[in-house]
Every structure is written in structure tokens, then in C-alpha cells.
Design a protein around this ligand. Structure first.
Ligand code: HDE
Length: 703
């Protein structure tokens, strides 16, 4: 019963030899033996081999633990420091590696090689995030998605740090802390987590009419995406491209998903939160692991200062977009995400994006939101990552040579040689020097003749025209979803005055929208509209902002669930699977028991998910192949009834066999064109490519 002294011999044991357990009660040796394989020797951070990873060093077997136990102290100390401060916004994110390939050169406009060298593949790391929730929050709340891409170019890192919505809530960086405080959980009660549906957010919004355009996008189905592979990305601000002569062209950046856009419906998003906290992260992981690499086109809108003067809005105002109908998109390249990180913390958590990271040939505009961002990101990263050397963490380091005289600091990884750590100097011939020829230059902008001051440009005063443009460019279904989202969110607001104030602002966008929301909230009458800085004017619609037309009729990248049980027809399942997979979708088998089912031909089919834990919200469409007696039994099972009821309610195609009919009846489903027999594979595949929009008004009261 005594603890043997650590065996020194293990310190020199070659990698691959497992030290034997030292304590007759320790389980370490047993576990190691069970695991098998050639394990390297476990060591401390100092490289000291560890003999026992189960027991701390005790004075006697039942006595106190000794302070001397440097192994225990090092292990616990490191563990205590495992968490770093999470991002104050965009804390919950999912990242992946890939590459960017330029397909069309912009050499006429810029010297940036990333935008001029056609065919060149540049490594990238992309991180897609929600904004409001903490790092451990769920994937599927209604929220804007961050869309940040780090390009490791030969001329230094370029970070395009955007969102999946082309406009923003506020015009000036000064308001960002207020916006974020308002949307995050309320400070006294610490809820709700990851939700904008609460008083402080809508109070702020009701008093910030400039947010109304973004609110229209936020309340659209864009903020409840089906997959991170099916969202757009926008750089939002105008940037500048600079040519060799220093001439400037304005540019806006857009990412377009190859799979098209796809969203969930609200009830589905709510149920996904319960079904799988990591739904979107898992979806991206599974797609990349399966070699089904997500891809986006990079497109640009290019325009001159003179063209900008003719827009009926100010392009430096981040609450405005430039309609594609006015400045068309030019596709210039593609991004493929093809490698999941080795380690979430080292890469996805420690990656540090900054909109100020641009290579020579790309420059900033005077958008006051962008100007504030140029300061904020480095500042926040200094505290989040613990000091100025976070740029040396592999995920952040440039992949091209870099030299400067920045020295020392916490966690310095580089061993700079020589006496010279300053410039100018004459003592060493090989120290770095600035270069006019290849160095980055700012656009030589002539300041306008206005006076210095804390002012908001007059040209930023129209808060409602583009909000109305967006609303009226959406289909009827989308407008109904938007109005219902407003009703849902405002119904969670406890302060009646705040509900009314938001509806009052909506009147500036569209009286009938305000009326729909007022009706949905049960307001006795339309509240008064507060004074507007400028009333909305009639502007041309932008059909390109609608979501449903951008959904692709395809099964590519989708996932279909098939419910089976003992006695299910092997032939029917195989035929369905073949038809679905031929169209590029994945199939997941769901059964009452995860062990699977014994099929009618005696074969055994393993399940991917147990029925109770794999609701139909997880799939784009569902099918069932059940023997009659099993269908009758499952008709009494709530999980099975909900499986069909939700698939129907979420407007999905359903291929239900004869044996499943009792369950459909129990679910109260009145079959429509989106419900068919699984033998009708062609019809099912066609219906599964889209949502059954015409079904919705029959089963849900929309605003
Ligand atoms: Fe950010 N934002 N932001 N933001 N933002 C951060 O930087 C900030 C804004 C965006 O995956 C922070 O490293 C200010 C617009 C993304 O790591 C912080 C303002 C857009 C990400 C910060 C804005 C974004 C961030 C928090 C107003 C779309 C996540 C942690 C002036 C174009 C990047 C960090 C990732 C992260 C500040 C507005 C996108 C605090 C001050 C507009 C995608 O620095």
C-alpha cells in the first residue's frame, strides 16, 4: 500500500514505451494497455517523464497531499488558466482552413497581388460566428452571422471581416458599445443568452432609427440559416483599391455560396436549439470530413468617386447597401474550405482578425464605422490573447517573411539576433528598411472643406428609404416571416411603451407592416410615429436582396432522414437512398433504437440516430419505410408523431409509406403535394429540393 518513488528510468525510455503503473490501485496502466498503440511517454511541460498520472503525492496513503508535487501543481495550474477571455462579440464561432483562387484579375484597379495573380491559390482561414451569445451558446438563435476570412497572402495578411448581411445597425463607431450592451444578456439578470428578443435591445433600437434597415434584414430568414455553407458574406463598408499611380476605385466585397442560400423556418430554428446545440458547427464539420467542401465565389462592386456622387444615399454610411441593380457584381475568385482545424482552441479560438490588415493596393474609406473598427480589433486582441505577441501564434502569423524592430513582451517566441533593434542604424548591414517601392501607401485624399467636429453628415439622415426598399423587394412569404419575427421578438419585450415605440418607427417604413405588427401584438391602435430626420422616399426595388429566389432547387449539400424499424423493406430503403445520393444529398437512418433495425430480407441496418434524439428538424426532408405493425406501434410514440408533424410544419417534403399512415393520422397531417409514397422517388426528390411554401398559411398564423 505504499507509493513507490517515481522511476527515473522512464525519463530515458524511448518514445513509444509506456511506463508501467506504479501504484497497485492506479488504473493508468490498465487504461493504457486497453488503448493499445505506440504511446509517447507522458511528460510535464518541462519534459520530465511522468510515472503516475492517477495519484497525487501524499504524505501517507490517507494523509495530506504534499506541496512538493510539482506534477500535480503544474497540471492544475495549467488547467486553471485554460480559458482566455472570450470575444466580447462573435464569441461563438466555427472555423475552417481552405484556399482562395483568383479567377479574374483586377490589375486595372489595384497592385494587390491577391487580386491580380489569376490562378494563384492563397491559404485562408475562415471563421463564421453568431454575434450576441457567449462562446458556449447554441448555434441557431436568430442572429447575424459574422463572416471573417484571413488570407495569408504573399504580401502579408489580408483580413476581410464581414457579416452575412450587407448593412449594419449603426453609422458611427461611437454607438457600438451601446448596441452590444443592449443586445447581450441584460446586466442585472444575466438573460436572455444569445437572443435579441428582450427589452434592452428593442429599447435601443426604438431610439435609433438608423438601425431600421438592418432590423429588416435581421427579422428576415437570413438570420436563421440552414447551414453555414449556405450563407452569403459581405465586407459591408466601401474599401478602396489603389493602382500603381495611387488612383483609387471604391470596392465592396461579397461572398456568394455555391450551394445557394437556404434558411430554416422560425419554429424549426427554435426546435433545432433543443435538438442540437452544435447544429451548424456539426454540419460544417461533417461536410468537410466527407470531402463535400463548401465553396463561395468572391464578387466585387467597383465604382468611382464620381459614380458615388450620383447614388441617392451615401456609400460611406454602413446602414446603406449599393443595390446590385445599380452596380452589378463581378465575380473574381472562389474560396474553398477543405480542412478542419487540428485543434479548436489553437486555431478557431486564437485566430485574431482585424479589418486594418490589408496588403498594399487595398485601402480604407472614410466610413466612420470602419474607422472605429480599425482601432478596436487590435485593442481587444491585446487583452483577449494576453499581449502583443499574439501575431506569432501560428494561426495569426503571416506566411510570408516579416521583419521589424518590435521586441520582447509576453510570450515572445522569436529569438532576435544582433545588436540592432532600432532604425536608422549603421552597425549591421542586414537590418530591415522601409521601401517606397513595395511598401503600402495610403490614398492621397484631399480633405473636404468642412469643419472639424462631432457631427453626423447630412447625407446619413435618410434612415427609412432602403429599409422600405428591402421590405418591398421580398416575396409575400418572406414579408410574412419578417412581420411574424417582429411580433415574436416584441412579444418577448415586457415594456409596452418599447413595443409601441418600435411599431411607431415601423410606420416610417411601411404603414401596413406597422399595422400587421400592431395587430400581432394586440395593440388597440397604431402608436404615433416619432419625428423622422427625413421621410422615406420612393426608391427602385432590389430583387437581389430577396432570399427565396436565391435558394437553389438542389439536393447538393442537404441531408435527408429515413425512419426505419424492424421489418422495414430493405429494397425500398435502398431505392430511396440511391435516388437521394445520386442527387448529392446525404442520408441518415433514424430508428427507435440506435443499434438499428432488422430489415425484411434479414439484413441489419445500423442507425445514425435514435428517434427520440434525432428529430426531423435536423433534416431537409424526411422519408419513412415501416412495416404496418411497426407503424401502428410508433403512432403511439410522441417522438414519431412529432417527427412527421414537425417535418410537415417546417414545410418539408415527406415520403411516407403505407405502414407510416397511422403516424401521419396521429399527427393530424392532411397530405398535400409535398407528401408522397417513398416508391415515388422522382417526385420525392423534386419536392425535397425546395420548401412547400403554399402549405404554410394552412398551418400557421403569420402576421
Ligand atoms: Fe466587429 N468586433 N466591430 N464588426 N466583428 C469584433 O474583435 C467592432 C462590426 C465582426 O471571427 C471584436 O477580435 C466595432 C461590423 C466579426 O474573430 C471587436 C465595431 C462588422 C467579428 C469588434 C464593429 C463586424 C468581429 C471582438 C463598430 C461587419 C468576429 C473580438 C465600429 C462588417 C471575428 C475581436 C472573429 C469581432 C469591434 C462592427 C464583424 C470588439 C468597434 C460592421 C465577423 O474588436
Amino acid at each position: 500500500m505504499t507509493t513507490k518513488p517515481p522511476s527515473r528510468s522512464t525519463a530515458s525510455s524511448p518514445a513509444g514505451k509506456v511506463p508501467q503503473p506504479t501504484d497497485e490501485h492506479g488504473q493508468g496502466g490498465e487504461l493504457q494497455q486497453q488503448a493499445g498503440g505506440a504511446h509517447p511517454v507522458l511528460t510535464t511541460q518541462q519534459g520530465i517523464a511522468i510515472a503516475d498520472n492517477q495519484n497525487s503525492l501524499r504524505a501517507t496513503p490517507r494523509g495530506p497531499t504534499l506541496l512538493e508535487d510539482f506534477i500535480l501543481r503544474e497540471k492544475i495550474t495549467h488547467f486553471d488558466h485554460e480559458r482566455i477571455p472570450e470575444r466580447v462579440v462573435h464569441a461563438r464561432g466555427t472555423g475552417a482552413h481552405g484556399f482562395f483562387e483568383l479567377t479574374e484579375s483586377l490589375e486595372q484597379f489595384t497592385t494587390a497581388k491577391i487580386l491580380t495573380e489569376v490562378g494563384q491559390q492563397t491559404p485562408v482561414f475562415a471563421r463564421i460566428s453568431t454575434v450576441a451569445g457567449g462562446a458556449g451558446s447554441v448555434d441557431t438563435p436568430r442572429d447575424v452571422r459574422g463572416f471573417a476570412v484571413k488570407f495569408y497572402t504573399n504580401e502579408g495578411n489580408w483580413d476581410l471581416v464581414g457579416n452575412n448581411i450587407p448593412v449594419f445597425f449603426i453609422q458611427d463607431a461611437m454607438k457600438f458599445p451601446d448596441l452590444v450592451h443592449a443586445v447581450k444578456m441584460e446586466p442585472d439578470r444575466a438573460f436572455p443568452q444569445a437572443a435579441s428578443a428582450h427589452d434592452t435591445f428593442w429599447d435601443f433600437i426604438s431610439l435609433m432609427p438608423e438601425s431600421m434597415h438592418m432590423v429588416m434584414w435581421q427579422m428576415s430568414d437570413r438570420t436563421i440559416p440552414r447551414s453555414l455553407r449556405m450563407i452569403e458574406g459581405f465586407g459591408i463598408h466601401s474599401f478602396r483599391l489603389l493602382d500603381a499611380q495611387g488612383q483609387s476605385t471604391f470596392v465592396k466585397f461579397h461572398w456568394r455560396p455555391k450551394l445557394g442560400l437556404q434558411s430554416t423556418v422560425w419554429d424549426e430554428a427554435v426546435k433545432l436549439q433543443a435538438a442540437d446545440n452544435d447544429f451548424l458547427r456539426r454540419d460544417l464539420f461533417e461536410a468537410i470530413e466527407a470531402g463535400d467542401f463548401p465553396e463561395w465565389e468572391l464578387a466585387v462592386q467597383l465604382f468611382t468617386e464620381a459614380e458615388a456622387e450620383h447614388f441617392d444615399f451615401d456609400h460611406l454610411d454602413a446602414t446603406k447597401l449599393i443595390p446590385e441593380e445599380v452596380i452589378p457584381l463581378r465575380t473574381i475568385g472562389r474560396m474553398v474550405l477543405n480542412r478542419w482545424p487540428n485543434n479548436f482552441f489553437a486555431e478557431t479560438e486564437q485566430v485574431a482578425f482585424c479589418p486594418a490588415n490589408v496588403p498594399p493596393g487595398i485601402d480604407f474609406s472614410n466610413d466612420p464605422l470602419l474607422q472605429g473598427r480599425l482601432f478596436s480589433y487590435l485593442d481587444t486582441q491585446l487583452i483577449r490573447l494576453g499581449g502583443p505577441n499574439f501575431t506569432q501564434i501560428p494561426i495569426n502569423a503571416p506566411q510570408c517573411p516579416f521583419h521589424n524592430f518590435q521586441r520582447d513582451g509576453h510570450m515572445q517566441m522569436q529569438q532576435h539576433k544582433g545588436r540592432v533593434n532600432y532604425e536608422p542604424s549603421s552597425l549591421q548591414p542586414d537590418t530591415p528598411r522601409a521601401s517606397q517601392a513595395v511598401g503600402t501607401h495610403a490614398f492621397a485624399e484631399r480633405p473636404d472643406d468642412g469643419a472639424k467636429g462631432r457631427v453626423r453628415a447630412e447625407s446619413f439622415a435618410d434612415h427609412f428609404s432602403q429599409a422600405r426598399m428591402f421590405l418591398h423587394s421580398q416575396s409575400k412569404v418572406e414579408q410574412a416571416h419578417l412581420a411574424s419575427a417582429l411580433v415574436f421578438e416584441l412579444s418577448k419585450v415586457e415594456t409596452v411603451r418599447v413595443r409601441e415605440a418600435v411599431v411607431g418607427q415601423l410606420r416610417h417604413i411601411d404603414e401596413s407592416l406597422a399595422q400587421r405588427v400592431a395587430d400581432g401584438l394586440g395593440l388597440p391602435s397604431l402608436p404615433p410615429a416619432p419625428p423622422a430626420a427625413r421621410p422615406a422616399k420612393g426608391v427602385a426595388l432590389s430583387p437581389a436582396t430577396a432570399l427565396i429566389p436565391r435558394m437553389k432547387d438542389t439536393l447538393q449539400g442537404r441531408c435527408i432522414g429515413i425512419l426505419v424499424d424492424d421489418g422495414s423493406s430493405a429494397q425500398s430503403i435502398a431505392a430511396l437512398r440511391q435516388a437521394i445520393e445520386a442527387e448529392g444529398a446525404r442520408v441518415k437512418i433514424v430508428a427507435p433504437k440506435v443499434g438499428g433495425a432488422q430489415l425484411d430480407d434479414g439484413s441489419h441496418l445500423a442507425a445514425d440516430g435514435q428517434l427520440a434524439g434525432t428529430p426531423s428538424a435536423l433534416f431537409d426532408a424526411v422519408a419513412s419505410v415501416l412495416a404496418p405493425e411497426r407503424g401502428a406501434k410508433l403512432a403511439k410514440e410522441a417522438a414519431a408523431v412529432d417527427w412527421f408533424r414537425d417535418a410537415f410544419g417546417h414545410l418539408k417534403a415527406i415520403a411516407a409509406c403505407q405502414g407510416s399512415q397511422p403516424i401521419l393520422q396521429a399527427a393530424g397531417i392532411q397530405p398535400d403535394a409535398g407528401v408522397m409514397a417513398p416508391s415515388n422517388t422522382a417526385a420525392f426528390v423534386a419536392a425535397a429540393k425546395t420548401r412547400q411554401w403554399e402549405r404554410e398559411p394552412k398551418l400557421r398564423t403569420l402576421a
